[in-house]
Design a protein around this ligand. Sequence first.
Ligand code: MN
Length: 200
Amino acid sequence: MVINEGPLAGYRAKRDHANTPEPFGGQKHDGDPIFVVQKHDASHLHYDLRLEMGGVLKSWAVPKGPSMDPKVKRLAIPTEDHPLDYADFEGVIPEGQYGAGTVMVWDIGTYRDLKSETKGAHSIEECYDRGHLDIWLDGKKLKGGFTMVRTKRGGAKPQWLLWKKKDEHAQLGRDILLEAPNSALTGRDLSQIRSEEAEA
Ligand code: MN
């Protein structure tokens, strides 16, 4: 049963359960919270960053994708909360459906809230509300500290910036999106996902 209230109401309202392979559920699990970066070949190729928080995946569209170079700040536009099961969704959203196109799990792993490790820290949910996250990603590709700061609040389009902290995992002058373009789950590129999921 799909209930149209709570944090996932926006997600459900945009999607037709019967006509998309996208997941609609998910259970909290033990251990560190998960993160995922999905490469989404929709009307424009973009990346979607999602962080597990409060039982859902808080989500941002990152048009140019994440960078491991601390000098590169990337725009991140908040989108609707996604269900936890979305983290390992890789497949094709059919024509005519919201977000139609191919979705790849470009990177996946767990994250830690770096602020929670200092005394008297706010919870990750409070940091999100305040618009400033300091996180450590343990992905297959993205590793180390990252900062996310909201630069514009309210209005039609709140905006955040995402950038790599300077640490031993930083990669100056390199482009991880080009160096590691394929799925972190299956090794497939977008066209393989498109053709294999179409056959399925
Ligand atoms: Mn997307």
